[in-house]
Ligand binder design. Sequence first.
Ligand code: ZN
Ligand code: ZN
Length: 227
Amino acid sequence: MLQSQADGMQTKLTPTVEDYLSILWVLERDGEPVIGARLAEILGVTPPTVTNTLKRMMRNGLIAVDQEKGFCLTEQGRQAAQSVMRRHMLTEWLLLRMLDWSKTHSQAHTIEHTVSVELEEALRNNLENPQLCPHGNPLPGYEHVVVGWQPLLSFSSGATVIIRRVHELAEQNPELLAFLEEHQVMPGKAALITEILPFNETITLQIEGQAVTLGYIVARYIFAEPA
Ligand SMILES: [Zn+2]
Ligand SMILES: [Zn+2]
């Protein structure tokens, strides 16, 4: 059941609904169509499960159907999504003080749902108003900070870049994050692009003297800027 939003406090939503809201927020922000099959793929659940949850969210006024764009967040849904995104990203920073970078996302993912408005405020102050999460993704309202960063594949071989961002959809994969951390493919690291092989769909980087090869599928989730 939804609680009243009259006092401007966060609505009490289930963790599942909050997870859907986060994904919908990211897809909508990126201009990706929000369709059930894509959500099922991202969330790793069956299409009927997605349909049931989306129906519930429509009844609760969190989403609506747009003929062209698929599902879209209502104003209420957007506010709830922004709230869970903020709580998630602030929790990631808190956890970074005690956990590996690659583990902060999955742990924050379980904690974020219990973060109160009061704790969110305390975290924001304590962390000095971060604009990005530890993976370089923007907190809601700070999208402009990341617009100049380009996907790794938009650079040419021989370019030196600074890694800035590992997209939210890549954060969903703990094995990938562990691999990226092991090879220092993380925000702030300088990388030399040594080889791009279109026929193989791979890009090879040199970071801190170590070579690492990524497939295009992963590389399109990594953003950088010229060094
Ligand atoms: Zn995350
Ligand atoms: Zn993050």
